[in-house]
Design a protein around this ligand. Structure first.
Ligand code: FAD
Length: 437
């Protein structure tokens, strides 16, 4: 094989990058350890659906593939909260007309692979990468093949083989952290071909230290995900019999339980998976670079893992094009430029878990949301809530995090004010702190 751009991992990020680089005129080959997902069954209990938002949509449009994906998306206008007696409260995600989109990870991946092949990318399944020679720009595969590459992009996910090789090199920093919670998926089947809950919302059952969420699928099912501690009380460790599972759901999620007749069977048949944050730097060495989860895996609570990976692709290609595809210069520049944003979304994602599971229903949080809505209504261009900056804009994550911290500080100062609120004073304070913080 002649020198080409080689992408390791035909997941979401790798297949999208392949389409774009191919359309830019490069010869692109992708190596994927799995079999072709279009020809194999999805593993039981692994029907993950994802929330796709603006940062993910822009690169899909850049690749010219969004119109093939749009028909598979289900808009979600906000959070639908379920309390312990099944009462519902709605919280919009943004302004009227703003929404995020539920999409099946497996379906999206297949569509992207399809698009890559259509564009002329060679996708080699059953090719597990086992080694990289950074000096010779050479990849080694489990089947004995070895190829020399013009550029190597590691998009091989949170447990990246390329990153593991980088870990053995000098001055490469790496850390990983498992949170104390894991997750388990459960399915709400349709009845008479219809959704059993309102489909255009992300349903949440916030319960303090744990929560259940549900996102709609095209086949009218909902994928529910229980985020729950591995140990302690209550925890996965405590639920060992059908009776224990049923009693637990009766106590905390009775309305959801009523929609899952085979709850205990699903609970014990489906795997319990862990959640990890990984950080590393630099993301490059000679002509190899990491993108997506391989560079920065985050917990899923801001719905930004894939979105940030897709944004990596857009920023990487835009920068490379501007720098005339001089990889020796592009790789270090991109790696140092993007790192602060990956760290910011990692922090935001961990924090959002606490907000989703613990705060969304509490009075202080609701008071804060109300105040924020009022400020935004009066000063829509000057005060954009943190969730909107992350989800509905392409402001760098690090800037969204910085502004969000200042907004919190300002709201803390004005929240308990008994006199009538002076919104212009809030904006003045925000603008002042923005200059100095
Ligand atoms: P992956 O999708 O993991 O793809 C990596 C690919 O590399 C795989 O195909 C793998 O088989 C292949 N591979 C691995 N090792 C090798 C090797 N040695 N050789 C060759 N190939 C290899 N993100 C969102 O944006 N919104 C959400 O709402 C959201 N919800 C989530 C919910 C859950 C429960 C989880 C777990 C994640 C969620 N995410 C979400 C995160 C999202 O799934 C990931 O960020 C995204 O899949 C990362 O894409 P990737 O291409 O970097 O990695």
């Amino acid at each position: 094989m002649k020198d080409k751009i080689s992408i390791v991992g035909a997941g979401l990020v790798g297949s999208l990058l392949a389409v774009i680089l191919k359309k830019k005129g490069f010869e692109v080959q992708v190596f994927e350890k799995r079999k072709d997902p279009r020809k194999s069954e999805v593993a039981e209990g692994r029907s993950i659906n994802l929330a796709l938002s603006r940062r993910g949509i822009l690169p899909l449009k850049m690749a010219g593939v969004f119109e093939t994906i749009e028909p598979y998306l289900i808009p979600m206008k906000g959070r639908m909260m379920h309390n312990e007696v099944g009462e519902l409260t709605f919280q919009p995600y943004g302004k009227e007309g703003q929404f995020i989109n539920s999409v099946s990870r497996a379906q999206l991946n297949e569509l992207l692979i399809e698009n890559a092949e259509k564009a002329g990318v060679e996708v080699h399944f059953d090719h597990k990468c086992t080694d990289v020679d950074f000096e010779d720009n050479r990849l080694q595969f489990e089947n004995g093949e070895s190829i020399k590459c013009e550029l190597i992009v590691g998009t091989d996910g949170a447990f990246s083989a390329i990153r593991k090789k980088l870990e053995l090199t000098d001055r490469f920093n790496f850390s990983q952290h498992y949170i104390e919670h894991g997750y388990k998926e459960l399915c709400i089947e349709p009845t008479d071909g219809e959704f059993l809950m309102e489909p255009n919302y992300l349903h949440i059952w916030p319960r303090g230290n744990f929560m259940l969420i549900a996102l709609p699928n095209n086949d009218k099912t909902f994928t529910c995900t229980l985020f729950f501690p591995f140990e302690g009380s209550p925890s996965f460790q405590e639920l060992n019999s059908k009776e224990e599972v049923n009693a637990f759901f009766d106590q905390y999620f009775s309305d959801a339980k009523a929609l899952i007749p085979d709850l205990a069977e699903q609970f014990f048949n489906n795997p319990t998976s862990s959640l990890v944050t990984t950080k590393c730097e630099p993301w490059h060495k000679s002509r190899t670079i990491l993108l997506g989860d391989a560079a920065h895996a985050i917990v899923p609570f801001y719905g930004q893992g894939m979105n940030s990976g897709f944004e990596d692709v857009r920023l990487f290609v835009e920068m490379a094009e501007e720098m005339n595809w001089e990889w020796e210069k592009v790789l270090p520049k991109y790696s140092s430029f993007r790192k602060k944003d990956a760290d910011a979304i990692s922090e935001l994602a961990l924090h959002n878990f606490i907000e989703m599971r613990d705060h969304v229903g509490d009075p202080d949080f609701l008071k804060r949301k109300k105040l924020e809505a009022q400020i935004q209504e009066q000063y829509p261009s000057e005060w954009v809530p943190l969730y909107s900056m992350v989800t509905f804009s392409d402001l760098p994550y690090s800037e969204a995090l910085r502004l969000g911290k200042i907004q919190k500080k300002v709201m803390d100062e004005f929240l308990d004010q008994t006199a009538e609120i002076d919104f212009s004073a809030i904006i003045d304070r925000f603008n002042t702190l923005k200059q100095v913080d």
